[in-house]
Ligand binder design. Sequence first.
Ligand code: UN1
Length: 496
Amino acid sequence: MSYPAYHNFIGGEWKPAAEGKTLLNLNPADHTDVVGAFPSSHACDVADAVAAAKKAYASWRLVPPPKRAEILRRTGDLLVQNKEKFARDMTREMGKVLTETRGDVQEAIDEAFYVAGEGRRLFGLTTPSELQNKFCMSVRMPVGVVGLITPWNFPMAIPSWKLFPALVAGNTCVIKPATDTPLSVYNLVRTLMDAGLPPGVVNIVAGSGAHVGGPLVEHPDVRAISFTGSSAVGAAVAQRAAAGFKPVSLEMGGKNAQIVMDDANLELALDGALWGAFGTTGQRCTATSRILLQKGIARQFTDEFVARTKKLKVGSGLDTSVEVGPQVNISQIETSEKYVAIALDEGARLLCGGHRLTEGIYAHGTFFEPTVLAGVEPAMRIAREEVFGPVVSLIEFDTFEQAVEIANSIDYGLSTALYTKDVNRAFTAMRDLESGITYINAPTIGAEVHLPFGGVKHTGNGHREGLGALDFFTTWKAVYVDYSDKLQRAQIDNAE
Ligand code: UN1
């Protein structure tokens, strides 16, 4: 079987990994379909890429931001033109259904146009001085070379959330794509180059977390790291970066709750829960993994939810009648299996699903049945730990206060949703739910690029993508201009 071989992208040139090793990128719906061979790089490739980014930084930082932004605007235009092709490539390497991979490319398009506007803002602040004839301003400066480590579940959207703000601010980048989905990062970076990005401003080094991610985090010329992935890996990234006093933006796990009150529009809550739990095969950090049901509607909701779940069509994301694609790889399937076993052991009841699919059209892929667990108690592991697959837990409660307490009782805090018609409760939830994102009468997934994206507790370390990304990719500089033509000591140095 023949398949294309891809190289690293360093200083505007395609270069194989120094050790010549590769990793195969497989279609999760059919492992006999090899998308391509990608470099399995090491520290020396990272060093090469960082050197190229450092060299390019000398001139990129001086390009006026509105000019940098023009490249992003053209990138958005080119993504629009190539949307279908890039979506198909993405479904082939990642598995999610075509409507969703079109959405993933669309998210990169939205990000391109949103951030392009920043080229003419990048606002700083001016403020009066305590002295006469002195002018004070605060300006945003680029950070330098930044390292970006991106996940497989949004293979183009999440890289765009990091690359575009980093670039408009004048940084140069080394990106390590997820080993399961490098092609979408290649498509994105090629598009940036076609739009006129100078060589060396963005460099790709493909390979594993251990051999590429680690050296990137520790390289002394890398000034900041932006990471999206699991909390376990995020903790290691933060610890390793701390030795070099490097700012790190971490966007990690979730265990997102949808709360359904007795007074909710039940149809709406069912639609939201089904989409939130099984969209992207449950592999979003914003996925609904706990559905909290008030006792008055719990029975009816459960019956209807299970009936709808059983009807979901699982299969290849390239088949347009399919609603739920494969999981990205075998290790994700094993995690889903493991958590179903843990849940049953803890006393939960399996209402549907619970198994990998292996026969017929599923024989060569990594498919898992959409799974609903009931009788789940807030203290169980299945109610607290992230699964990142099509597995959702139903938890019952009596009062609104109890629901908020259960929703908040976990270590994560990314997204929450409340379905109710009671405006007082809606506002109370907006205030009291401990999460970076709260939806009222809408599912836990579906964030828009121009709002802050990120979470509290173990979900993140305080940074935000979308609105807030520029705060991470710039550093404030205070500038004082004295036009008095004499030495003016600051007030503190003139104290009587
Ligand atoms: C993620 O789950 O990793 O909010 C990102 C959403 C998408 C992004 C999800 N816009 O569902």
